[in-house]
Design a protein around this ligand. Sequence first.
Ligand SMILES: Nc1ccn([C@H]2C[C@H](O)[C@@H](COP(=O)(O)O)O2)c(=O)n1
Ligand SMILES: [Zn+2]
Length: 183
Amino acid sequence: MDTDSNRKRQRYLTWDQYFMAVALVSAERSKDPVTQVGACIVNADNRIVGACIVNADNRIVGIGYNGMPNGCSDDDMPWGKNSKDILNTKKLYVCHAEMNAIVNKICADIRGCKMYVTLYPCNNCAKIIIQSGIKHVVYFDDKNRHKDEAKASQYMFDKAGITIRKYNSTSTQLNIGTLKSRL
Ligand SMILES: Nc1ccn([C@H]2C[C@H](O)[C@@H](COP(=O)(O)O)O2)c(=O)n1
Ligand SMILES: [Zn+2]
């Protein structure tokens, strides 16, 4: 008997890799020509419902990417950000990935959940994350970290007891970038 065939596969995705990959793939749906962001919300806690402990670990309960509001045609909306007229920029219109993941949630209650997001959350998304009851955030990229919006997010997350950490790509066996290039 070939004993090798009885062994489980070794190079499978970790949960962190799996959920961040979902967020990264979701970002590819974005029409934003400059920055594409994806977010994935995961059930991360066993919860007490009535007399039972519901094992709700590691189920995806919301996905989103940055885009224009429903009903506002992508072709009619401005996608630039440098016009003198702010009404002619995306800034006032785009729904951020984090917000979309939260409003797209498929369960009534996302308290205690974890969000995987490809970019550090802005202050407005931080507020929505906090109000939704999400308790943990994992982000992929922090290129916007120097901005006041991100500093305000950090301040609010600290105050609200939300943990936020950078996705650790060095400690993992599989590079998500290579997954993307295989598509
Ligand atoms: N955490 C974030 C940060 C930004 N976004 C979206 C909003 C815009 O569509 C785009 C940022 O555009 P840029 O200023 O880089 O041209 O990313 C988001 O969804 N989540
Ligand atoms: Zn935001």
